[in-house]
Design a binder for this molecule. Sequence first.
Ligand code: 5AD
Length: 418
Amino acid sequence: MKIEDNIGTVDYFGEHRKVFMDTDGAKEGDYVYAQGGVLIRTVPEKEALETLEFWKERFFELKKVDARLSKVHDSQTSNAILAILQKVNLKRALTKEDMSALYKVTKPEELKLIYETANSTRQKENDNACCVHGILEFSNHCRNDCSYCGIRKSSSIKRYRMTVDEIIKNAEYAVKELGFKALVLQSGEDTWYDEKKLVEIVRRIRKMGVLIFISIGARSKELYRKVYEAGARAVLLRFETSNREIFENLRPGTSFEERIDLIKYVKSLGYVVATGFIVGLPGETDNDLINNILLTKSLGADMHSFGPLIPAEGTPLEDERLPDKQKVLKTIAISRFADREAKILVTTALETLDRKTRKEGLLAGANSIMINVTPPEYRELYIIYPNRADKDKDIKENIKQTTDLLYSIGRAPTDIGL
Ligand code: 5AD
């Protein structure tokens, strides 16, 4: 690694990447681990050489597979769709009308071309890296009463809260035993975790040399600032929908403006930002989805996070219909066209819609995945929506399945093990 001002240049098999020097006195020539453009920790030479040795051949092998799968094949497609995809290839911005035309596509050959173009764009701009973050759901208490959410305040589910020590213990297991280098700490909006507790949690986990994402809902700006100072470097906070009317209907007592303002604020603090929306809320149109994609981009999202509504029992939306899988895949592809270099998540909700869709999402422009590391006795109570794809998956088994899937399509998992 080389350093100038506060920016380091990391050499990764001949590729040079810039990182923000955030930590522990790393010097030129050190081996380091970086994530999301942030330096997370230095790595002892022996460990680094072992890792590089492991990756040396596999790295180029995987790239070859990815390049092969990222080819765009000729197919029967209308000129109008071809013209839009040609714009994508020329790196020109799509208009809302273009995006709307893509949402209207139903023919399998045309869908295939859209997904292949998105996958090829992902490969050209981002190569074959795929983030694999662990997610720990530490409390299902929530002060909000959102109509879509299974852990809303008025749900009569059994509630749990992990103690600070329990959170640390689980984080330690995820980092030391399972090898995660990026961890999302998620909960309902639970004020039992005040500034003091959150700062302690973040400080202690940061010492493990891991990128900490917090996903704790709309808390005060001051709290987000203190938690940044304690060492958290990423925030996952969706705006849920860009349609103010739908927002206000479904999220009583909360304000769209305040949520957007908070996302902008955490971005301004220097957090890596993951944000996004739910696909398939009642009353939502394709135009809303397009506005959602554009809002995600304009908020400077480093990572796009969206998934289908899975109607949750006992909530006002329990009888809603599941959105069409193609709609979510198209949203991934169009997000990729709108924000070529972003990370785009394949969410558990998408996998819940259809177990095979993780792979389809990754081949339609996505390049990020999360693995649940919540202990089973709590995971079964974190029922934001029912039948979650990861509900009964053993953590190690899930890691294996995920890395096997990634290897099979030529992707290099970046934040796990090895
Ligand atoms: N279906 C899909 N996603 C949901 N979320 C909440 N309830 C549901 C549901 N029924 C999403 C919200 C929230 C995230 C943690 O989970 O977007 O931000």
